[in-house]
Design a protein around this ligand. Sequence first.
Ligand code: DX5
Ligand code: ZN
Length: 220
Amino acid sequence: MTSGRVRIAASLLAADFAHLGDAVRAAERAGVDLLHIDVMDGQFVPPITMGAVVVDAVRRVSRLPLDVHLMVREPERQLEAFVGAGAASIAVHLEAVVHPHRTLAQLRRLGVQAGVALNPGTPPDACEWLVDVLDFVLVMTVDPGYAGQAFQPGVLPKIARIRRLVGDRCWIAVDGGISPKTAPLAVAAGADVVVAASAIFGAPDGVDAAVARLRTAVQG
Ligand code: DX5
Ligand code: ZN
């Protein structure tokens, strides 16, 4: 269900991994609502990033809900490990899962919020039939794989279309190239969670100022 208030998720992908605990604490102190953890397998997307051991480590230093974005092939093989590590919500890519309805239902049975992530080129209607097992849709506004890419404005009509399809039954998160400039566009289109890596951890004036800017931008 949507809450009516726009939430900010800090993606750890642009944090300093040598000081990950410090980055997590800084984001929490700055008032982000969620921590977004980008899991990449070197197959579905070129890089390899973090696994369940990192989710477990982050859980030990933060009380924030951990939102796991699985950019992996055959994500159904990984669900129990990430739930066990402390994920509160997990998104699987529609392009990577063979039986999405079954996989989303399994996520719910495991006790986490179930999400489907859509690459920029995947049409919005592809998630319509899943709505009965779906807690959220993660709309990619970049081709997944890297932080620091440019927001793709061509995805905006898709966000609006998904909002019409799901009504207020699901939250819609937007991920990729989110900044104080692009976040309001995504929110106006219907997003209620904005995920940001570079705009938070890459800000020259620090995480507090960066989160405050995003908060102001999405409050409109
Ligand atoms: C990209 C990841 C994003 C990424 C966003 O594949 O899913 O979560 O960290 O990075 P920015 O906010 O820098 O575009
Ligand atoms: Zn992500």
